[in-house]
Design a protein around this ligand. Structure first.
Ligand code: B12
Length: 363
């Protein structure tokens, strides 16, 4: 977006014009491939306090960006001055028929979280939000706007809940009663006083604890609270250093992210497969074995993860995660040999995990 001070002040619109515009925005957004759109204000309410408490408890681990932005995380108008509304969108990403249960139950196969099998969603969603802004601009003239998806410090789930897109579930994810939780969120910050949508005030998790029981590492603490330091998504993607040893056996064959709390969620029986070709699996990532992926050279890793969110972890963390997963496979000479072969060329971090894996094969 243009710098805040340069954000154009929009031509004033009547309330009838604003209502019509908000209806149009919803049609345009759906035509751009978003499954749902809602409009929220900019007050995070109690969620700002929850965020503070969460960070104070240290649940964010090494994700220093969670603590770094102060009030900007919770207050959109402080992140982007002049912001009056958030146009919140949802885009479904679950590829059809990727046989999650089968993959998770075969320790020699690699499980990569479903969001990461295809093209990186950040660029795709941001581009669509930008197209939405252009469509609005073509109708009302210049106005201030900025598109966000995941990357920036925005309390995305809290504002999506305010915009009526769903409730924040026990697994901490936003759940929609007709679509489950297999979707990405994005927002277009605007300086337009659009009418806001009713928030989603119900919480349909009730006494269900399926996600808590299923979480392999006990990261979900109840009451919609997570200790991210135990979440496999954090351990395999965000954590840069050594994975705590007691958690390694619990990671099983999950080498990039984790979906167990979504797989367990009964509301996901309503999830529909994605219609975005870009989110479909690439390079047979959904059917690859741990050994196949462990044998990728760094050059192969870089080529095959081009445009994929997996690039985020980098080759070193990718190899570290694969070493842990190979350590979790029941003893097998071919795996031991592959692990030993990599020891010489491995970085100290990867070597430490390979040695741990080799130890598992000799116990
Ligand atoms: C940091 C982060 C992570 C961290 C921490 C997760 C977390 N729950 O915070 C890690 C790396 C573990 C992670 C994992 C995943 N993530 Co993530 N992640 C984020 C990010 C960048 C920030 C989330 C955040 O603000 N966390 C801070 C804490 C405070 O938030 P919280 O747990 O949501 O806590 C809220 C509530 O629990 C409540 N609360 C807190 N304390 C209390 C106490 C009481 C008593 C009550 C009632 C409530 C309450 O208030 C808090 C503030 O709103 C967002 C993008 C964004 N900018 O928002 C994506 C995002 C949440 N992630 C997303 C996804 C897809 C995932 C994964 C599925 C990826 C994967 N397959 O591996 C997993 C799912 C794990 C899970 N169950 O959350 C999507 C979720 C879409 C959806 N349907 O909700 C988002 C929105 C990205 C996007 N734009 O699409 N993620």
């Amino acid at each position: 977006m243009s710098a805040p001070s340069a954000s154009p002040t929009p031509t004033p619109l009547s309330s009838t014009q604003l209502s019509a515009l908000s209806q149009n925005i919803k049609h345009w957004a759906q035509a751009l491939g978003f499954q749902q759109v809602g409009i929220s204000g900019v007050d995070p309410g109690i969620q700002a306090e929850y965020l503070e408490q969460w960070v104070a408890a240290g649940y964010h681990g090494e994700m220093h960006y969670m603590a770094a932005h102060g009030r900007k995380r919770a207050y959109p108008a402080e992140l982007e001055p002049g912001t009056l509304r958030l146009i919140c969108v949802r885009m479904d990403y679950l590829p059809a028929d990727t046989q999650m249960a089968q993959c998770l139950s075969n320790p020699e196969q690699a499980y990569i979280s479903r969001y990461a099998l295809g093209r990186d969603y950040h660029k795709l969603i941001r581009k669509r939000l930008q197209q939405l802004a252009e469509r609005i601009q073509a109708t009302i003239g210049p106005f201030g706007h900025r598109a966000f998806v995941d990357s920036a410090p925005v309390l995305e789930k809290a504002f999506a809940q305010q915009a009526g897109l769903g409730w924040m579930g026990q697994n901490t994810l936003l759940i929609n009663p007709k679509a489950g939780s297999w979707f990405f969120l994005g927002e277009l910050f605007v300086n337009l006083p659009l009418p806001v949508d009713p928030p989603y005030t119900k919480n349909h998790c009730g006494s269900c604890q399926s996600c808590l029981k299923r979480c392999p590492t006990g990261a979900l603490l109840g009451n919609g609270l997570m200790d991210a330091r135990r979440c496999i998504s954090y351990l395999s993607i965000e954590l840069k250093g050594s994975i705590p040893e007691p958690l390694r056996p619990l990671m099983g064959n999950r080498i990039y992210g984790c979906d167990d709390c979504q797989i367990a969620c009964p509301w996901n029986r309503f999830a529909r497969p994605t219609s975005e070709a870009d989110f479909l699996p690439r390079h047979q990532l959904e059917t690859s074995s741990l050994m196949q992926l462990f044998q990728w050279t760094e050059a192969e890793f870089l080529t095959r993860t081009e445009g994929s969110p997996i690039r985020r972890a980098g080759y070193e963390r990718w190899s570290r995660n694969l070493a842990v997963a190979l350590g979790n496979v029941p003893s097998n000479p071919a795996i031991q040999q592959a692990l030993k072969q990599r020891l010489n060329s491995a970085s100290p971090l990867v070597a430490e995990h390979i040695n741990w894996a080799l130890k598992q094969h000799t116990i």
